[in-house]
Design a binder for this molecule. Structure first.
Ligand SMILES: Cc1cc2nc3c(=O)[nH]c(=O)nc-3n(C[C@H](O)[C@H](O)[C@H](O)COP(=O)(O)OP(=O)(O)OC[C@H]3O[C@@H](n4cnc5c(N)ncnc54)[C@H](O)[C@@H]3O)c2cc1C
Length: 555
């Protein structure tokens, strides 16, 4: 049997597919395959480096203490075998916060993963504690997968669902555990357990993003406890602990906001604007797709900004934060917003949807506007999307008040940070929490394929993290501009294809596209990578059942 991309499956009729990684992306892939397959499901082998299935990096027990929150409300988690809320009811699970704790999402994902494993039965094989270190192309246009010591098999297609890299497989033998004591430095915070296993009095973090906050809260919960009185948290240290966070802006992420379902109306507004024009102006799109929608969703903000130019709007929306010190900001933004969430002016929710819509039509912009979009608007949207749940913010506020956290506005290079800073005690533990370029060997695994032209970059210069060219079905495009038979479900390898932050909604959407391609063999033509999500959006408008998520994501 020959598929659209010209590959000749080697194993009788059933196409063989290797999936690397058994995290949330693979849970959503199994769900999509089980829904679409109708008895023609390929033969799937899943290789997972850890013993953990379904939960992936953020939702496993080593990275998601009881107290650590996701940034999703219950109805924002894309459904798997059963809707998340119903799963909670069926399992007699209640949680107090509006935002779902990460460990609970992990339990749901694992439950779903096992459900779909059963459903797919003998068509699926799972190999845990099996880290893939090498993918080798063959002359027959198949791929051989290797661990460090063994050949795992030969496959027609490979799905790279490696996410944030390998979860360690044997905690005791993981080199990061043994080297930590010697170097007192980690180049990334996950799994958090490695930090909790290290005795410390002073923790120094590079970055004040969501992962730095994750790290700070995990350590605070180990060294003390929080009490709450009339909505106000206080921290009580059991042991001496001081945390320093270095951040360029000296600010924490903005407050959590509810996702809005505005992709369709914003797309329509932008399409009307495009009309018969060959190109559109960024200012006009910004007004039609963002500012005008604030009249309904953030009326008092709208009154202030309706006649401003784009750069003034951005300055305005950032200026309140820039002027206030971090303590006051936390108090005003988070604590009042958590008390009054229902009436919150939700300009961030509108911006999130606008970001997705604009990303899909960015090719219509002039070269100059495209450059402004990349350098001014996109970073602003990314910043606004990284949102901190109110409970986490209130706890950070308590730590700041108690003097257990100091936030310093200073830019420090990765190398300087890794060597240690004289300001801190000799035994301080340094953790780099800026966006990770260390994907635990994923880059090394893919590098030979890049060098041999099986995978291509979106840009000429090779960037870290990798940013690969894919078709709308997330199939990598090779150096001959042909689909390569390798599917990229790891959001961390798709920088410029995806607009919003990595999240479960994106995993859901990407999985639907990959499953469609694997089951029907359709969609093999190589198209510009940036249209991938636009295409997914079109599919959803045409009633494709696995592409029917909104393209917004709160994660
Ligand atoms: C701290 C944190 C918090 C987050 N919070 C949210 C949130 O609240 N809401 C949200 O929507 N999104 C959140 N995200 C985004 C998150 O990336 C996605 O929700 C989701 O985890 C993506 O799943 P994944 O399977 O692609 O990757 P991962 O979760 O990273 O899973 C990858 C899996 O592949 C395995 N693996 C990797 N390399 C190999 C290899 N070479 N061989 C074999 N196995 C391998 C890993 O062990 C792991 O099991 C968060 C991310 C982080 C890091």
């Amino acid at each position: 049997m020959t598929t659209d991309s010209g590959y000749v499956p080697q194993h009788g009729c059933a196409i063989s597919v290797a999936v690397i990684g058994a995290g949330p992306a693979t849970a959503y892939l199994l769900a999509a395959l089980a829904t679409k397959a109708n008895g023609v499901c390929p033969k799937i082998s899943i290789f997972e480096s850890s013993a953990i299935v379904g939960r992936g990096t953020p939702y496993n027990a080593y990275s998601s203490q009881y107290q650590l929150l996701s940034n999703l409300g219950a109805d924002e988690i894309p459904s798997l075998h059963i809707a998340f809320s119903q799963w909670c009811v069926d399992n007699h699970i209640q949680f107090q916060q509006k935002i779902v704790p990460r460990y609970l999402i992990g339990q749901y994902l694992e439950h779903a993963f096992r459900y779909y494993m059963n459903k797919l039965g003998s068509r699926l094989s799972l190999y845990t504690q099996c880290p893939v270190v090498r993918i080798e192309p063959t002359a027959q246009r198949t791929y051989r997968l290797h661990t460090a010591t063994a050949l795992l098999g030969t496959f027609d297609y490979v799905v790279v669902n490696t996410g944030h890299g390998s979860i360690f497989h044997h905690a005791e033998t993981d080199p990061q555990y043994t080297s930590a004591a010697a170097h007192r430095y980690f180049d990334g915070p996950y799994p958090l357990q490695k930090i909790l296993n290290t005795e410390l009095q002073e923790l120094v973090l590079r970055g004040a993003s969501l992962s730095a906050i994750d790290c700070a809260l995990a350590v605070a919960h180990k060294y003390g406890s929080f009490s709450q009185q009339r909505g106000k948290y206080s921290f009580h240290a059991r042991k001496p602990l001081h945390i320093t966070m270095y951040s360029t802006s000296g600010k924490l992420p903005g407050p959590w906001f509810a996702s809005l379902d505005l992709v369709a109306p914003i797309t329509e507004a932008i399409n009307q604007l495009i009309g018969d024009n060959t190109s559109i102006s960024l200012e006009a799109v910004f007004k039609a797709g963002f500012v005008d929608f604030l009249a309904k969703y953030a009326p008092s903000v709208y009154l202030q900004i309706r006649s401003m130019a784009m750069h003034q709007v951005i300055d305005y929306l950032l200026s309140n934060r820039a002027l206030l010190d971090v303590n006051t900001l936390l108090k005003i933004e988070y604590i009042s917003s958590s008390n009054n969430a229902a009436n919150q002016e939700n300009w961030q929710g509108v911006l999130e949807c606008f970001g997705d819509c604009l990303h899909a039509c960015a090719n219509e912009l002039s070269a100059q506007d495209k450059q402004r979009y990349e350098s001014v608007l996109k970073p602003f949207i990314a910043k606004a999307n990284a949102a901190l749940p109110a409970t986490s913010a209130a706890k950070i506020h308590a730590l700041l008040r108690a003097g257990n956290i100091t936030l310093i506005s200073q830019q420090i290079s990765r190398d300087t940070f890794a060597k240690g800073l004289p300001r801190h005690i000799d035994t301080a533990l340094y953790v780099d929490c800026t966006s990770s370029n260390n994907l635990s060997g994923v880059g090394i695994m893919l590098q030979p394929l890049i060098e041999a032209g099986y995978l291509t970059h979106t840009r000429e210069e090779i960037t870290e993290p990798l940013d690969l060219n894919v078709t709308p079905h997330f199939e990598a495009i090779n150096a001959h501009n042909r689909p390569a038979g390798l599917f990229i479900g790891a959001q961390t390898l798709l920088g410029s294809t995806l607009m919003t932050l990595p999240g479960l909604s994106l995993s859901h959407t990407i999985a639907g596209q990959i499953a469609h391609r694997l089951v029907t063999g359709k969609g093999a033509s190589a198209q510009p990578a940036n249209n991938a999500l636009a295409e997914a959006s079109e599919d959803s408008q045409h009633g494709d059942s696995t592409a029917d998520t909104t393209l917004t994501t709160a994660g």
